[in-house]
Design a protein around this ligand. Structure first.
Ligand SMILES: [Zn+2]
Length: 199
């Protein structure tokens, strides 16, 4: 049975550093009563601090030299507030979609290539993945393949439908802007798809 050395105070005012690990970390110690947890000062401001923060906040080991990090960092100055961040708070977008968008933006959409590199099954209950081939079209699987280049007929149809839907939204915005009276030529699907939009 572990023994805790944390202070047992009742609210944030009396315990202002609750849940904060700055310069301290939880370590396992051996006492006369058996194993216990205790707080200890971290040993340095590099690896020890990174480990202590990561254990608690899952951020201390973020790779800031990755291509994704550097590219997103590069476009930060071009964000148009609040529009660039609007999707994160839009109630019309389900949380599951937001999670997938975040995964996509950080290159974390699960695919055969990732399973292969990690030596794990692609799907639960399957054996360890032995190749990187797309389960649908047998092409080389990756995030980009899933969202844009899978050759399976059903996927192609979905790409076209997604493109047309997004472009119709853009066209609708054009019609309400300064160029609303101009001619516009675009390949966005069948005419029937535009009638509900008043185009
Ligand atoms: Zn495919």
């Amino acid at each position: 049975m572990g023994r805790h050395f944390d202070y047992d105070l009742s609210n944030d005012y009396t315990q202002p550093f609750r849940e904060k690990f700055w310069l301290q970390q939880i370590i396992q110690v051996h006492t006369a009563e058996g194993p216990a947890e205790a707080r200890a000062c971290i040993r340095d401001l590099n690896d020890s601090l990174r480990k202590a923060l990561h254990d608690k906040h899952k951020l201390g080991q973020s790779k800031q030299n990755s291509l994704y990090f550097q590219l997103w960092d590069k476009v930060q100055p071009f964000r148009i507030k609040p529009h660039s961040d609007a999707l994160w708070t839009m109630p019309s977008i389900p949380e599951s979609h937001k999670r997938n968008i975040f995964k996509y933006r950080t290159g974390q959409i699960w695919n055969k290539n990732m399973a292969f590199k990690r030596h794990v099954p692609y799907m639960p209950g399957q054996p360890t993945t032995r190749d990187t081939r797309c389960p649908l079209c047998r092409g080389d699987d990756c995030q980009g393949h899933i969202f844009g280049s899978c050759m399976h007929p059903d996927m192609s149809k979905q790409y076209i439908a997604r493109h047309d839907k997004a472009m119709r939204t853009v066209i609708q915005a054009f019609t309400k802007g300064q160029c609303g009276s101009h001619y516009l030529i675009a390949g966005v699907g069948k005419v029937e798809g535009l009638t509900d939009m008043g185009i």
